[in-house]
Design a protein around this ligand. Sequence first.
Ligand code: F0G
Length: 394
Amino acid sequence: MDFKLRCIDCNKEYEREDIYTCECGGILEVKIDLDSINLDFKFDGNNLSVWKYGCLLPVKIKPVSLREGGTPLYNADYLSEKLGVKVYVKHEGLNPSGSFKDRGMTVGVTKAIELGKGAVACASTGNTSASMAMYAAKAKLKAYILLPSGKVALGKVAQALMHGAKVVGIRGNFDKALALVREISEKEGFYLLNSVNPFRLEGQKTIAFEIVDEIGVPDRVILPVGNAGNISAIFKGFKELKELGLIDSIPKMTGVQAEGANPIYKAFVEGKRDIKAMNPETIATAIRIGNPVNAKKALNAVYESKGVVTQVSDEEIINAQKMLAAKEGIGVEPASAASVAGLIKLLKQGEIEKDERVVCITTGHLLKDPETVIKVCGSPIEVDANIEAIKAVL
Ligand code: F0G
């Protein structure tokens, strides 16, 4: 396969692969020469995984893999009946580290090896760090992580620590951590694996491929938006399939932000492609981001696919999380439930047609954030160890 890195602002192309931004400051994307592809897979609904679509992924060596992708696309029967649209839920929480980040990390860490790097690094609201630590362990690379101290869900910190990364909490938010890790990585020669890394996003585009593989092209894909890499990646996936003539249309890419961390929503409402950075706050710590680096890519994806960006409150997020868990049997973390909260909101606003087929992406597993669960559900009731005491509380 032939590919180049290309700036999304000035279109300058680069042969070299070890850069993240253009000379002009714009972010880069991998521009694949689709004529050079030897398509060796079929959309037959079988054996879904990131590497089923390896011919569309820009790596040259055997991948560092923990069997990522192949996540279930559930028929959400309760939601479909309640809301009057056909709803599917793609549960990315069932990836090896419990989030969609694994799709990107299998490609990103493989690229680190290809480029001869000895260490990888990221800033994270939690899931990126858990995933990076896991793949770095598999690849025998050193891993350095900056987290916003006190604002990362416990399960994610536990993963990063246990997989052997060096984990540093900074007194500042994610946006600050990202600025710092970019600087340190540059100075120390660490391979940066945040979503400014265009190769990481290539892995995440396989979410689009798996959806098409199972159900063809839906009318709409709804997902939570934080640093805005995933919505950009999934759109790129659909776009490549269309350019290859494998599909005829692209779903409306629909992003959901938390009200307290909504710079992309605000830009969308004003019809802009640039955001104004803000100080973020939300219970959905995974998307507690005020200055998303991929904002421009994401807004391009939304405008080009005729989608929308909406915002939801923390209360709407938790209600959707509870509904998914209790009515569909799908356990997700708060940020992931923003997709379903957004669907409910857009239906109320008449933004979504009743005959649409909608896929909600749930990005991370329920067990990532046990502390929020206890906060919103309470602790289990404790009683004496006898039948009467138990019966009394049933
Ligand atoms: N959902 C979850 C569970 C996430 O962890 C993230 C991002 C998102 C949604 C948003 O995805 O940034 O591509 O728009 N988490 C990053 C992290 C920032 O560090 O784990 P995005």
